[in-house]
Every structure is written in structure tokens, then in C-alpha cells.
Write a protein that binds this ligand. Structure first.
Ligand code: HEC
Length: 207
């Protein structure tokens, strides 16, 4: 018998004994106990009839290379990552938004080269894109672009390539990331993400 069914049986037994007490016993004190038993028992039964839902963490997106055949497949995975594990959508919008705290990424795949996109994700401090949405001096955005290849987001190289494919696709650009570039698990022992050499943090103004 399932746990819920056991508890329901106990609840029914309590309600039953309460009813018996009310029917058969005249003593005031016992009747009060019986009444309380019925109320509590019914309450339990109602609570147990609510469908039980286990709240499990979201299922991890599995990156199954075997199913990825075309750059469009990569972009589709990249889109999922953008809105889930990559957490990009927490900060970025695709399309203008008044309340955006971070750059709008609409058309970013056309604006930035693939190498620059890669650097933006893995060396976010190498080149800081400033906020130009108001008059006067451009300001830094209130948030900071996190290292996408490090914890807590920690995307793998394959995942980063897919996100780049998605950024290019949604900007109407040809996807320049190739399926052959994906690392097949087991073939590489460590997957060091190739990063451009960067010196100390430079704040560069874009024009
Ligand atoms: C905590 C907020 C935050 C998250 C999460 C985040 N970003 Fe950013 N991102 C920023 C900020 C702020 C900037 C602008 C400053 C800079 O260039 O570092 C930026 C800049 C960028 C740029 C460069 C924009 C330009 O015009 O040069 C790209 C591309 C980018 N982010 C992509 C992504 C992607 C893809 C993800 C998810 C994998 C992501 N970001 C997650 C805050 C965030």
C-alpha cells in the first residue's frame, strides 16, 4: 500500500472512531474528543486528496552529439541553453527593452564576429561594452557579464559553440560554427576552452 493510502486509511479510522464516540458515548469530554477527531481526520483526508507533485530540479539538457547533424541543430540547442542553463535571458533581451540592465543582443551575430562572440563569453572583461542608451557619456552597465565557461554557469565548449550558432541564426547571419568542431566526449581528456590572451582589464569604448 502506498504511503498516501496508509495515511488515508488512518484518517478514515480516526473519523470513524470519532463518529462512533459521538453516536455511542454520552460523556461530554469524550464527545469533544470525538468531534475534534472527526474534524482533524476530515482535514487530513482533504489534504491527502490533493495531488502530490514532486518538485525535482529541471532536467539537464543533454548534449547528444549523435543527434546534431547540421548547424541549425546546433542553433536549436543553443537557443535552449540561452534561455535555460546559460542564464543569458536573465540579463539580456533579444529586442529593445526599457528595463534592460544589459545590452540588447538583437542582431549581435551580425554585429560581432564569431571570434569576438567567443571572447565576449569567455573573456567578458577583455572588452567591456558600454551603455549608450542615454545622452552624454556612455556608462558601464549595472550588471557584469559573467564568465560563461566558468562556474556557476559553466558551459562546455560545445554548449558555447551552440549558443554562438543561435546568436548568428537569430541575427539572420549564416552560421559559421561547424558541427565538426564539436568535441566528441571521450576523445578529448580535458576540454580546455581556447581563450584569447588578454592583458589586464581594459575598458574600451566602442564606436
Ligand atoms: C549577469 C548578467 C549577464 C548574463 C547572465 C549574461 N550577460 Fe552577456 N553581458 C552582460 C553585460 C553587463 C554586458 C556588457 C558589458 C560587457 O561587454 O562585458 C554583456 C555583454 C555581452 C555581449 C557583448 C555585447 C556587445 O555588444 O559587445 C555578448 C555577445 C553577450 N553578453 C552574450 C551573452 C550570452 C550568450 C549569455 C549567456 C550564455 C550572457 N551574455 C549572459 C551581462 C550578462
Amino acid at each position: 500500500m502506498s504511503e498516501v493510502a496508509t495515511l488515508q486509511l488512518i484518517g478514515l479510522m480516526i473519523v470513524g472512531s470519532g463518529t462512533l464516540i459521538l453516536l455511542l458515548i454520552r460523556a461530554q469530554f469524550a464527545r469533544v474528543i470525538g468531534f475534534v477527531g472527526i474534524v482533524l481526520g476530515l482535514f487530513t483526508l482533504v489534504a491527502l486528496s490533493v495531488p502530490q507533485m514532486a518538485s525535482l530540479p529541471p532536467i539537464e539538457e543533454k548534449f547528444d552529439i549523435a543527434t546534431v547533424k547540421t548547424p541549425t541543430d546546433m542553433a536549436a540547442i543553443g537557443q535552449k541553453i540561452f534561455f535555460s542553463k546559460g542564464q543569458c535571458a536573465l540579463c539580456h533581451t533579444i529586442g529593445p527593452s526599457e528595463s534592460a540592465r544589459c545590452p540588447d543582443l538583437k542582431g549581435i551575430g551580425a554585429k560581432l564576429s564569431r571570434e569576438f562572440l567567443f571572447e565576449s563569453l569567455t573573456q567578458p572583461q577583455a572588452y567591456i561594452y558600454l551603455d549608450y542608451r542615454h545622452g552624454g557619456q556612455p556608462k558601464e552597465y549595472p550588471a557584469r557579464m559573467p564568465y560563461i565557461n566558468k562556474n556557476p554557469i559553466g558551459l562546455s565548449k560545445n554548449e558555447i559553440l551552440s549558443v554562438i550558432a543561435f546568436l548568428q541564426q537569430m541575427s539572420g547571419e549564416p552560421i559559421s560554427v561547424n558541427v565538426a568542431e564539436l568535441e566528441v566526449p571521450g576523445q578529448t581528456l580535458v576540454a580546455p576552452v581556447k581563450v584569447a590572451q588578454s592583458g589586464p582589464v581594459d575598458v574600451v569604448q566602442a564606436h
